[in-house]
Write a protein of this length. Structure first.
Length: 368
């Protein structure tokens, strides 16, 4: 008896005509995929991957890497997205139909751009928002944030495809806070050099935590009771030596209600202010609120730290900081040096803190 060949006849193309039997109804299961994923992460550090806006003015230069920081630790931030495609200030957002400028040619000084969505030096496909300093809902205009000589050194580019120069204005539309940065964010220089790139393409922000920043009391003219400079501390350029290094809370002395329980929000460059000022006691939480003040501390030194012998210039708290935390001592020194070429003495810094002009503000973040 001949053996029949039961191999499927692929060579005569009959298989594409053969029917497929449907699944029996008793084996049907719910299509869970159509309801997608609902829970993404906890809300303290939401799992939203964010980049930093490429054209931000730079602040201080990192000693180790020689790269520039654009958002210091603790700074309140907002984000621009594809919905901010054409606001004032020529903001460039992560969208598929735009481009970003990356480097200035070492040969003919032309500035090169790449596609945002189709270039290696564009934005990661998971980045949908770019971080910028929060401005408390008040747009930064030509009198707001400025580019400085540091931007010339850093090779900072502008959205218009030109190089930044000292004194160039950086306009930022009114925005709302989405959180704070819990580490320094460096300038986005991806694509600027052939043989070097920063590790930081993106990251996350902090929305709910107990944090601390130094505070300074300023009077109605915008200076501390013992400093004669009459320009507000929130002026980015006039107070650049302070604003480029420190994130802090500025309190209008004698006007703001400064006590635990009041809400805080952002000034025009992402530092902290008392929400409502003189009417802080009647304020309610709103879209600009970033937290609530829980502690005001100028009771330093603590734990006998003033008796710990530290070597001058060591950067360690102890006798060289009058027992104050190093970040607070450095902040007071920077502020008091704004009007004097001579840094204040250790004794002066200690007296200012004990008098309550400076101290540490502890804040419960509630950016939600």
């Amino acid at each position: 008896m001949a053996i029949t060949n039961y191999t499927l006849p692929f060579n005569i193309h009959n298989t594409q005509k053969m029917p497929i039997r449907n699944r029996p109804a008793k084996y049907a299961e719910s299509n869970l995929a159509e309801r997608a994923v609902f829970e993404v992460s906890e809300g303290q550090r939401p799992a939203e991957y964010l980049g930093v806006y490429r054209y931000l003015p730079v602040l201080q230069q990192d000693v180790t890497t020689k790269d520039f920081i654009v958002l210091p630790k603790g700074r309140i931030v907002a984000a621009v997205s594809s919905e901010d495609s054409t606001p004032s200030g020529a903001m460039v957002t992560p969208s598929g139909d735009g481009s970003v400028y990356t480097f200035t040619s070492a040969i003919d000084s032309t500035i090169t751009s790449v596609g945002i969505d189709d270039s290696y030096f564009g934005y990661d496909e998971y980045i949908n928002g770019l971080l910028v300093p929060c401005n408390g809902g008040t747009a930064n205009t030509a009198s707001g944030v400025w580019y400085t000589a540091n931007d010339v050194t850093a090779g900072t580019l502008l959205p218009a495809g030109t190089a930044a120069t000292a004194g160039t204005a950086f306009a930022l539309p009114a925005n709302m806070p989405i959180g704070v940065v819990y580490h320094d964010w460096f300038q986005d220089i991806r694509g600027q050099y052939l043989n070097y790139a920063m590790w930081q393409d993106g990251g996350n922000i902090l929305c709910d935590w107990f944090v601390q920043v130094p505070y300074v009391k300023v009077n109605a003219a915008g200076h501390t009771p013992v400093v004669t400079n009459t320009t507000s501390y929130v002026s980015y350029l006039d107070k650049y030596s302070v604003n480029k290094k420190f994130t802090y809370l500025a309190v209008n002395n004698g006007t703001d209600i400064f006590r635990p329980g009041v809400f805080v929000y952002s000034d025009q460059i992402g530092n902290y202010k008392i929400q409502g000022g003189a009417s802080a006691a009647t304020q309610t939480k709103n879209t600009q609120t970033v937290g609530r003040l829980l502690g005001i501390d100028n009771r330093f030194p603590k734990s006998g730290l003033e008796d710990v012998q530290t070597y001058p210039g060591s950067g360690m708290p102890g006798t060289q900081t009058a027992g104050l935390p190093k970040f607070l001592f450095d902040f007071v020194t920077a502020v008091m040096s704004l009007d004097s070429a001579t840094a204040p003495s250790v004794e002066t810094v200690y007296d200012l803190v004990r008098a309550g002009y400076f101290g540490v503000a502890r804040i419960q973040l509630m950016v939600a």
